[in-house]
Write a protein that binds this ligand. Structure first.
Ligand SMILES: Cc1cc2nc3c(=O)[nH]c(=O)nc-3n(C[C@H](O)[C@H](O)[C@H](O)COP(=O)(O)OP(=O)(O)OC[C@H]3O[C@@H](n4cnc5c(N)ncnc54)[C@H](O)[C@@H]3O)c2cc1C
Length: 462
């Protein structure tokens, strides 16, 4: 530990109650990295678990004083290395900032601490006949603070939008150690720049979010599910493009392939069929006749795109099981070996071509690539799996990863639809954005984090 390290440990032990500070290596083990298994991490000096915004401010001010980096951590379910600890830095965990402070049915908003788990907020809203739509597949674990910091998407975003569309206001500890309120809690508001919007998706590099005000919707109605099996990814992609062209906006349109279904079944023994190479799951929550018509249109799109089998589910439990399998796909695949996760997003019309290119990349680089996707958004998650310890396979997977990124950009897409840049996609960001735009990022970073202590090295190098 260097001099600054020893001093910050001493300062924080003095300035905070004893149970907030963890410095034993064993106890810090669970705070070292997120779910991006391929991203590097270091050994922090300590983990701090503040219980209110003032304590967060104490931590950030100590980090400024001693020029020590601070990595804010929600649940650590990130898939880009954004929450990975930095050597000789501080990890600030939001686990004890997990209170739901207000659910307001009149204003249709909720105010929460950043450590509130997504599903817990959704459940609390449902009890009041309200709905917080953003539903990343990690909703049982990931926090609202992490969701805001990554601008998380999810299954129902194809119809209802992403986290950014629901953030009204934020309380933030800035890189100069101020505690500020950004945004609003009113339905409208245009005073000054949209600084709350700037914080959304900033991956802990521009401020530590200590409170979040989100918009709510009335509870959604029951859904109808349509499933389709496809032999080729190209045909499944055609079905996605056809649904988009039909004018139907599904409340979810998810893709899951045979590798994922097999891995989930091997793990959870859910009795899933692995007859199809690709399964598409479409949902509509339109009420009454409109819902029937939307389900029929989706079914028709599946059939016209050469589905080998397609049907509207009559069994809600069976439909829920397929969606549960979709949510479990990632942890199930992790059991097979280290997973390198892509998050490319392409225009919907380019989904068939992108899926075909991913298939070709897997063959060319002799790499197992499983696929899950928020297909209705064109947001694809090719998951590159390599046997643990196989360096050759790792090198081939990295080449495949780069090629997929290049293809997404070439097709008019982006390298990250929802997981963020973190550590894994910094090179991709440089490929996607022009030098002038990268300079704008650096200017914002140095204006809001002049001491370069907030998650330095993530997203953009200073
Ligand atoms: C099984 C699985 C399924 C997933 N499905 C989806 C999905 O459908 N859609 C999707 O978008 N993502 C998905 N993810 C990725 C991940 O869950 C999201 O990125 C999520 O938003 C991260 O939340 P977290 O609480 O785990 O944040 P962490 O991983 O702890 O942190 C993520 C980033 O946010 C920053 N951060 C966290 N809290 C704060 C705060 N209070 N203030 C400032 N910065 C902060 C961290 O520094 C880091 O850069 C999935 C991950 C897994 C493992």
């Amino acid at each position: 530990m260097n001099g600054a390290g020893a001093m910050i440990v001493e300062d924080l032990r003095r300035e905070l109650p004893a149970d907030r500070v963890v410095a034993e290596a064993d106890s810090m083990a669970g705070y070292l990295h997120d779910e991006a298994e391929w991203a590097a991490h270091g050994m922090p000096l300590l983990v701090v678990r503040p219980r209110d915004a003032e304590e967060v401010r104490t931590v950030v001010r100590a980090c400024i004083r001693h020029r020590v980096p601070v990595v804010t951590r929600g649940a650590g379910t990130g898939l880009s290395g954004g929450a990975n600890a930095i050597a000789d830095g501080v990890v600030l965990s939001t686990e004890h900032l997990a209170d739901i402070r207000e659910i307001n049915a009149v204003e249709r908003l909720a105010v929460v601490g950043p450590g509130v788990v997504n599903d817990d907020l959704r459940a609390a809203c449902a009890a009041r006949d309200l709905w917080y739509p953003p539903d990343p597949a990690s909703a049982p674990w990931s926090t609202i603070g992490g969701n805001v910091a990554t601008n998380a998407g999810g299954l129902c975003c194809v119809k209802y939008g992403v986290t950014r569309d629901y953030v009204l206001g934020l309380q933030v500890v800035t890189g100069t150690g101020e505690l500020v309120r950004l945004g609003r809690r009113t339905a409208k508001g245009v005073v000054g720049f949209d600084l709350a919007g700037l914080m959304v998706g900033s991956e802990g590099t521009l401020g530590v979010i200590t409170e979040i005000t989100v918009k709510l919707r009335p509870k959604a109605g029951p859904e109808r599910t349509v499933a389709g099996y496809f032999d080729s990814p190209f045909d499944a992609g055609r079905a996605v493009a056809a649904i988009s062209a039909s004018g139907v906006v599904p409340s979810a349109l998810e893709l899951i392939d045979r590798h994922c279904l097999a891995a989930v079944d091997a793990w959870k023994n859910m009795g899933l069929s692995t007859d199809a190479n690709i399964v598409l799951l479409g949902r509509t929550d339109a009420p009454g006749l409109a819902g029937e018509q939307e389900a029929a249109t989706m079914l028709d799109c599946f059939q016209r795109s050469d589905a080998t089998w397609a049907a509207q589910s009559t069994d809600q439990a069976e439909a829920d099981l397929l969606f549960a399998a979709r949510r479990l796909a990632y942890p199930a695949l992790e059991r097979l070996g280290p997973v390198l996760t892509e998050d490319v997003c392409v225009p919907k019309a380019a989904v068939p071509e992108m899926l075909a290119r991913i298939d070709a990349t897997a063959t060319r680089h002799d790499t197992l690539i499983a696929n899950i996707a928020h297909a209705g958004d064109g947001n694809l998650h090719p998951l590159l799996i390599t046997p643990a310890g196989d360096e050759g396979a790792r090198t081939r997977a990295l080449a495949a990863f780069d090629e997929i990124i290049g293809d997404a950009i070439a097709l008019g897409g982006t390298i990250s639809g929802e997981h963020g840049v973190g550590l894994l996609k910094r090179d991709g960001m440089v490929r996607e954005l022009s030098p002038a735009v990268l300079d704008m990022h650096r200017a914002v970073k140095s204006a809001l984090d002049p001491y370069n202590i907030l998650n330095p090295g993530k997203v953009i190098a200073s």
